[in-house]
Structure formats: C-alpha cells, structure tokens
Design a protein around this ligand. Structure first.
Ligand code: ATP
Length: 360
C-alpha cells in the first residue's frame, strides 16, 4: 500500500513545463532521495505526491490506488518542509502530541508515543519548555518529530535540513535514517545536497531541468553515471570530464584530448563499446581514482594549485584547471612543475559528447 508510483507525470505552470514526463517507482519502505540543482523540479514532484499540486498529465499511485483527486488530508502522508511549522506558543510536548490528540487517541497511547518520539529525537528534557525561544536546530527536529509521531506510512521531507547548522545536519542525517529504519516508512526526501542523498537514501533519483536523469543506489550513480550531468553533479569535486575525439593509435583505440596534448588509451571494454559510434566523446574519471605515475607513460599536466583541506588534498592540473586529483592528507605530492598521473583503468568512463549519454 505504501509503494509510490509516478506514471508519466508532467507539471506545467502556464507555458512553462516544470516537470517533463517523470516515471518513477518507489518501493514500500524505501528511502528515495530526489536530488538535483535548484529549479530542477524536485519540490514540484514532491508537492504532487503530497496532493498540494495537481499533475498536468499522468498519475500517482499509492500501492494500487490512484491518488488523482484525493486531497492532501486524505492521503495519509506526513510532510516536513524546509521552514518548520511549529506552534511557538505551545510547549514542545503539545507540539509533539498535537496530531495524536487531534485524532482522538486514548491519552495513555498519546503519552507513550510522544515520550518514545521525544526520546528518539533527544527532546525529552525539553518537553515542558515553550517552543518560543528554542534554536532553529531544535525547532526543525521538533517539526520532524511532530510529523513522525503520527507514524505515516509515507513520509515526505522537502529540504528539512537546509536551515540547520552544519554540525547539527550531520547528527540529523543519522537520526533520520534510524527513524526510517525503526518505522520502515516509505520516505521521499528532497535535497540539493548530495551528501544527504548519498548517506541516507536507498536510491537516488537525480533530476535536472524537469527531467529525471538517473535512478540508482548511491554507489550506482557515483560509479556508473548515466550521463555527463550526473557525472559532474555527483562527487565533490565531480568527475573529471575531458572532451575529445576517438583516435586509432598503435596502443589501440584512444581519445585525442586536443589542446591538452594528451591521448589516453581506452580500456578494452570501453574501446569495444565506443568503436563504430560517434567520434566526439568525453573522457571521464573520478578525482579520487587518480594515482601519480612519475615514471610511466602517464598523462601529464602542469600543477596549477594544491588545495589542502584537512583530511585530503586536491591537485588542480592543467592551465585551464582541466583535471582535479584528490589524495589523502599524508600522501607525498609534487610541489610544482609537470605532474605525471594516470586514472585507475577501471574508473575510466566515456560519454557521447553530443547526447551526453554514457557509452558502456
Ligand atoms: P528549489 O530547491 O529551488 O525549490 P526545485 O528543484 O525544488 O528547486 P521546483 O520548486 O520544483 O524546483 O521548481 C521547478 C521550476 O518550476 C522552477 O523553475 C520554478 O520557478 C517553477 N515553479 C515552481 N512553482 C511554480 C509556480 N507555482 N508557478 C510558476 N512556476 C513555478
């Protein structure tokens, strides 16, 4: 009953199409993140699932039930927004148990569930405090608790952590995940923050410009991006992406990277997949998958700058900052000059430059 299916979902606002034919199945009990840059249509999708917006085309099913025409209040979903909606004149306890009291549940049950939720979210000591005057962090935690205490089978969260501070966000990621493990709700979580999506979600739906780009587990979207957009968007920094042309060399099929003056060979599997296709391709590899190769027939680019950020160092290579390479803080790194390096063969990815699609 708590699986969600979006079928050919389209949303237009006047002449502007905010969502273009979205098809997505979310399993019962799954944690699905909708991830993408600002304006890509995440909230629009979420609002249609919640029943706040009507689809222009297509339909939404909860289990086998078509939700078209079912108003928000009858959908049985919990919803938490970026801006917490808390009754500041009430105590934490009254905010937390508000929904349960409204449904007329026995007082003993209300008290028990409220206490359990307060315990889970570390709000027990604050139960009798007025909400007014509590920090933004605590208010947002309360907003999540107030919705979660209703134990909705479907729980929708739209950027719930974007207003809380960084340290608290990290705590809340863990808490939200354990909340979902405990109640086994179907969770749909809108975020533009890939760290949130990568750490919490079972699967991620990556969106851009109203189009679903890829759906997969965090590792799938990281390791095998379906296209150039996903390759660039996932990862920090994103994948190195170098446009070039396929070229036959005495070492087999390679990519001529033009102005960079490099022609890296393609691993056999990719060479086979690329042969016979379009000549304009984009050569990709993760910054974390680069090793220094001072002696080998490696790629070579001038060192532009080294960023030292605590646990890791990022080398910026090439005059136009074409390549980034990430190393652990303790690694021995060149101080300047030309850096010879090679991407791990298994990490090399290839894309059709015109369509952006991965060549596999
Ligand atoms: P953000 O994180 O910035 O909210 P988003 O991915 O959630 O981004 P949406 O809020 O779904 O994006 O908006 C998608 C597009 O639809 C945007 O270009 C937005 O300006 C437009 N849009 C959203 N709601 C309306 C509306 N009611 N009327 C007109 N345009 C809208």
């Amino acid at each position: 009953m708590s699986a969600i299916r979006l079928e050919h979902l389209v949303k237009r606002f006047g002449g502007f199409t905010a969502l273009k034919t979205m098809d997505l199945s979310i399993a019962d009990g799954e944690f699905m993140a909708l991830l993408g840059p600002s304006g890509c249509g995440k909230s629009t999708t979420m609002n249609m699932i919640a029943g706040m917006e009507r689809p222009s085309e297509g339909r939404i099913l909860f289990g086998d039930r078509d939700m078209s025409g079912v108003p928000m209040g009858r959908r049985g979903v919990g919803f938490v927004f970026q801006n917490y909606a808390i009754f500041t004149h009430m105590t934490v306890r009254r905010n937390l148990d508000y929904g349960l009291r409204m449904t007329g549940r026995p007082a003993a049950e209300v008290a028990k569930r409220t206490a359990a939720m307060a315990d889970l979210l570390g709000l027990t000591d604050l139960l009798d405090r007025p909400a007014a005057g509590l920090s933004v962090n605590i208010l947002q935690r309360l907003a999540i608790g107030r919705s979660a205490v209703m134990e909705p089978a479907i729980f929708l969260l739209d950027e719930p952590l974007s207003n809380v501070d960084a340290a608290f966000r990290s705590v809340m990621r863990t808490e939200l995940k354990s909340l979902q493990r405990q109640f086994r709700q179907t969770m749909v979580y809108v975020t533009h923050d890939q760290l949130e999506a990568m750490t919490m979600a079972d699967r991620i739906a990556v969106m851009d410009h109203g189009v679903l780009q890829q759906v997969g587990t965090p590792l799938e979207v990281y390791n095998d991006p379906a296209n150039i957009f996903v390759a660039r968007f996932i990862g920090a920094p994103g994948m190195n992406l170098l446009p070039g042309r396929l070229a036959e060399t005495d070492r087999g099929l390679a990519v001529d990277l033009g102005p960079l003056g490099l022609t890296p060979p393609l691993p056999p599997g990719l060479a086979a997949a690329a042969r016979g296709g379009k000549a304009e391709v984009t050569y990709g590899f993760r910054p974390e998958e680069v090793h220094l190769d001072p002696e080998g027939a490696a790629l070579h680019l001038p060192l532009l700058l080294t960023e030292r950020i605590g646990a890791r160092n990022i080398l910026h290579l090439g005059d136009s900052d074409a390549v980034r390479a990430v190393f652990p803080a303790g690694a021995t790194l060149p101080a300047g000059g030309t850096v010879r390096f090679a991407p791990a063969e298994a990490s090399v990815r290839l894309f059709d430059t015109a369509s952006g699609r991965a060549i596999r």
